[in-house]
Write a new protein. Structure first.
Length: 242
């Protein structure tokens, strides 16, 4: 049978594991990209670090072998969609972990609209609903190339292959539903604003009516003599005619 293959560790842990800023950053990335554990994130960090170390050594290496290795590395990263065509080695050093996580199969399935959420895309992949061409892939962390991205879809035998499946996301229909849900809200707002205006107008009319009534009452009070005025008039001596 021979010696069993010795499995090597695919990632390296940080020197200082209890860095609060890194822990908070990793939590956000795990939630955003639907990662199961911290190990998945460390694997991609190590993948990125490997190519950055190669780029640093190739920058100073101007030999024929160095140029050949540089071309091979740049072609590979270009096929994976990590760098743009015709990019230089400096662009490799500027790559971040987010750039690599965006090229995972789980992220691409979600971005292409084949799943409603990032966690649902992971479920579709592990349940063998997703194929790349004729190849069935069950690893959510598979880094998909640009050529393979065009062949991405649902398996023919899968129930999700039917577009009318309730779990299939249709962006056009979802936008229509959202628009229809928003319309009655607008009408209700307009009706409520009209009612508020009418009530305000009524209140203002009532205030004006009250003011006018008060003015009329004052005028009548001024016209009608009081009992004190009558007594004063009686006390006054009557004018004798000349």
């Amino acid at each position: 049978m021979g010696d069993p293959k010795k499995l090597k560790k695919k990632y390296s842990t940080p020197v200082h594991p209890w860095n609060k800023t890194e822990i908070d950053k990793n939590k956000i990335l795990r939630k955003e990209y639907g990662l199961r554990n911290r190990r998945e994130l460390l694997i991609f960090d190590s993948f990125l670090k490997k190519y950055k170390d190669i780029a640093k050594t190739l920058i100073a290496n101007e030999t024929v072998q160095g140029k050949r290795e540089k071309k091979q590395m740049m072609d590979k990263l270009e096929k994976l969609g990590l760098i743009s065509p015709g990019a230089e080695l400096d662009s490799v050093l500027s790559l971040e972990s987010k750039d690599v996580l965006e090229r995972r199969l789980q992220s691409v399935v979600f971005r292409k609209g084949l799943a409603r959420t990032i966690n649902q895309s992971r479920q579709f992949i592990t349940h063998r609903h997703i194929v790349v061409g004729d190849k069935e892939i069950t690893a959510p962390s598979y880094i998909i190339s640009i050529e393979e991205e065009n062949k991405l879809g649902f398996k023919g035998k899968s129930s999700l292959f039917n577009e009318d499946h309730p779990e299939r996301s249709n962006p056009a229909e979802e936008i229509k539903k959202e628009a229809e849900a928003v319309k009655p809200k607008k009408e209700d707002k307009e009706a409520s604003t009209k009612e508020v205006k009418e009530t305000k107008d009524k209140k203002e009319d009532k205030k004006e009516d009250k003011k006018e009534d008060k003015k009329e009452d004052k005028k009548e009070e001024e016209k009608t003599p009081t009992t004190e005025d009558k007594k004063e008039e009686e006390k006054k001596p009557a004018e004798v005619p000349k």
